[in-house]
Design a protein around this ligand. Structure first.
Ligand code: FES
Ligand SMILES: [Fe+2]
Length: 363
C-alpha cells in the first residue's frame, strides 16, 4: 500500500488525496498517532465544571486516541490535567469523579496528590532507587484561550502561537464575557472519514448548492478565505439587512459587513464567531468511516441568536452531513481515484491537505 500523501504546493496543478486515504484503516490509524496525538485538543466544558478539591476522569478523543486523563482542581480556580494511569501497573487512578485531596488507586493503594506527586506506595519500603520523578503522575500540557481550555500530549508549539491569527483578528471581541449555553450542547454522528467532514467545512463553494437558507443571508461573491500556519479563516459577508458584527476601528475588517468568522484550527477544531457569540465544533474521529462532531455554544448577545449567518446551525449541520456521507460512498468507488481543487474556492481545503501531508511526514 502506498502511504505517501503528496499534495502539490501549487493549487492550480494539485490533486486531492486518493480515495484510499479516506477508507484505509491502516492510514487512519497513522493519522490518529501522527495528527491527533500531536496537536492541541479542546476540553469539553462539562469536564471543567469541577468543585474545589475535586477530580474527574476524562478520555481524550474517545474511540480514537482514547487517552485516559484526570482533571483536578485544588483550593483555587486552577485546573491541572494529569495522566489517569497509575504509575505502578497501569490501573486508572480515578474511576469516577472524586476528591482530589488524595487520589488513591484502588488496585494496590498507591496514592497521589492533586498535582500528581506520589504520596504513598504501600509495599515499596524495600524498593531501591525509589520513588523517582517517573513515579509521579505525568502532567499534561494545558493552556487556555479566553474561556476555552486545550490540552496537548506532545511537546509541539504553544497554543498562543497556534491561535495567534485568531487573537489578532478577534482581539477587540469581549471574549471574557462569553457564557456557555449548556442547552446547546450537541453530538452528531456522521458516517464519514473525519477529514471529509473538515474539508466540507473548509470551503464556501458548496453553500449556494447545499445551503439554500444560509445562502440567502450572505453575499456569496464576497466570501473570503485566508491561510495561516496552523489555521485558516473564512469570512462570510452578510447580505443587506442581515445582522453583522459592530466592528471597531481597530478591527482589520472595519467598515465591512461581516456576518461570520469561521476559523479552522488544525487538525479538528472549528471556532465560528457570530454576532451572537461563539459556536465551537470539535471533530472526533471514531473510525475510518465514522466521526462524531461535538457542538458547544458560548453566548454574548442572546437577542441576536436567531438572526444572520449563525441562526440555524442544526439545519446547516444536517445539510452538510448529507453531502459528506454521500462523499464517503464515493470514496469507496472502484472508479473514482482523486480530484482537483478549484483555485478560486478551495484554497483552505488544499491548505488542510498540505498540512496533513506535512504532519504525516509522507512527503
Ligand atoms: S496499579 Fe495502581 S497501585 Fe498498583
Ligand atoms: Fe456546509
Amino acid at each position: 500500500m502506498n502511504h505517501r500523501l503528496k499534495i502539490d504546493p501549487d493549487i492550480r496543478r494539485a490533486h486531492t488525496p486518493s480515495a484510499e486515504f479516506y477508507r484505509s484503516r491502516e492510514i487512519y490509524e497513522r493519522q490518529i498517532d501522527a495528527i491527533f496525538a500531536r496537536s492541541w485538543q479542546l476540553m469539553p466544558p462539562d469536564v471543567l465544571a469541577l468543585g474545589r478539591h475535586e477530580a474527574a476522569p476524562w478520555t481524550l478523543l474517545e474511540d480514537s486516541l482514547s487517552e485516559p486523563l484526570l482533571v483536578t482542581r485544588g483550593e483555587g480556580e486552577e485546573i491541572k490535567v494529569l495522566s489517569n494511569v497509575c504509575t505502578h501497573r497501569g490501573h486508572p487512578v480515578a474511576m469516577q469523579r472524586c476528591s482530589s485531596r488524595r487520589l488513591r488507586c484502588r488496585y494496590h493503594g498507591r496514592t497521589f496528590s492533586q498535582t500528581g506527586s506520589l504520596l504513598k506506595c504501600p509495599g515499596f519500603e524495600e524498593a531501591e532507587d525509589f520513588p523517582r520523578k517517573e513515579d509521579d503522575l505525568p502532567e499534561v500540557r494545558h493552556e487556555t484561550w479566553g474561556p476555552l481550555h486545550f490540552v496537548r500530549l506532545d511537546g509541539g508549539g504553544s497554543l498562543a502561537e497556534h491561535l495567534q491569527p485568531v487573537t489578532e483578528r478577534m482581539g477587540w471581541w469581549p471574549l471574557s464575557d462569553l457564557q456557555e449555553d449548556q442547552a446547546a450542547r450537541r453530538s452528531y454522528r456522521v458516517a464519514s472519514h473525519w477529514a471529509l467532514y473538515c474539508e466540507n467545512y473548509l470551503e464556501g463553494f458548496h453553500i449556494p448548492y447545499v445551503h439554500h437558507a444560509l445562502n440567502k443571508t450572505l453575499e456569496f461573491g464576497d466570501y473570503r478565505t485566508e491561510l495561516f500556519d496552523h489555521c485558516s479563516l473564512q469570512i462570510g459577508i452578510a447580505a443587506p439587512g442581515e445582522v453583522v458584527f459592530d466592528l471597531p476601528a481597530e478591527s482589520a475588517d472595519h467598515g465591512k459587513k461581516v456576518g461570520a468568522y469561521y476559523f479552522f484550527v488544525f487538525p479538528n477544531t472549528m471556532l465560528n464567531f457570530y454576532p451572537w457569540g461563539l459556536s465551537l465544533n470539535v471533530v472526533r474521529p471514531t473510525g475510518p468511516e465514522s466521526t462524531v462532531v461535538e457542538y458547544t455554544a458560548f453566548v454574548l448577545d442572546p437577542s441576536l441568536r436567531a438572526s444572520g449567518l449563525g441562526a440555524d446551525l442544526h439545519l446547516v449541520e444536517m445539510e452538510d452531513e448529507e453531502v459528506v456521507e454521500a462523499v464517503q460512498v464515493g470514496m469507496n468507488s472502484r472508479l473514482y481515484q482523486r480530484g482537483r481543487y478549484s483555485p478560486t474556492h478551495e484554497s483552505a481545503v488544499h491548505h488542510f491537505h498540505r498540512f496533513l501531508a506535512r504532519t504525516l511526514a509522507m512527503e
